[in-house]
Design a protein around this ligand. Structure first.
Ligand code: GAR
Length: 194
């Protein structure tokens, strides 16, 4: 069997980007295998979606774990047990410690054309600025929020009459395609030893 990069996806919510990656990884020549989904919230809709798709899905609640250090130790244990090589953050809304980020290579998808609009409420802020173009970015996770090396970006036009929800829906479609191709690109590079 062809070797693939063993990948875990971390989510906090509905998991549409997660579902797009799981779907992409069904292709026999896709270079990543999605072996695990973890949510920091037990009520994340994405957990059920992952299980329906046949992917193991765990909830690890940070408060129940006893704070960030204990939460990240629980993440470490789950990731090590499944021999995970790469993490994809997909709507994971918790900030990871520099120590954790130093231990695990991780990609993130962010709903803006970074370095513009780091943080939350990206669509409302872009609309308030009157930009004509918005989009999404896949980047490597670094200790500073939304600031790691950019892997790929997709541009999305802002249309007359857009509100944050309409714009977010248009960007989300672009996110799904971008994340699938960015993970394929990174997975091939890792398999080649780069
Ligand atoms: C996506 O738009 C993602 O880019 C964003 O949350 C949404 C999750 O949707 N992530 C962030 O804002 C990270 N700071 P999903 O659960 O359907 O993939």
């Amino acid at each position: 069997m062809t070797r693939r990069i063993e990948t875990a996806i971390l989510i906090s919510g509905r998991g549409s980007n997660m579902a797009a990656l799981i779907e992409a990884a069904r292709a026999p020549d896709y270079p990543a295998h999605i072996g695990l989904v973890i949510s920091d919230r037990a009520d994340a809709g994405g957990l059920a979606l992952a299980r329906e798709a046949g992917v193991e899905a765990l909830a690890i609640d940070a408060k129940a774990a006893g704070g960030r250090t204990a939460f990240e130790a629980a993440l470490d244990a789950a990731l090590l047990a499944r021999k995970i090589e790469l993490i994809c953050l997909a709507g994971f809304m918790r900030i990871l410690s520099p120590a954790f980020v130093g231990r695990w290579p991780a990609l993130n998808i962010h709903p803006s054309l970074l370095p513009a609009y780091k943080g939350l409420d990206t669509h409302a802020r872009a609309l308030a600025d009157g930009v004509s173009e918005h989009g999404c970015t896949v980047h490597w996770v670094s200790p500073e929020l939304d600031s790691g090396e950019i892997v790929a970006q997709a541009r999305v036009p802002v249309m007359t009459g857009d509100d944050p929800d309409r714009l977010a829906a248009r960007v989300l479609v672009a996110e799904h395609a971008l994340y699938r191709s960015a993970l394929a690109q990174v997975g091939r590079r890792l398999l080649a030893g780069g």
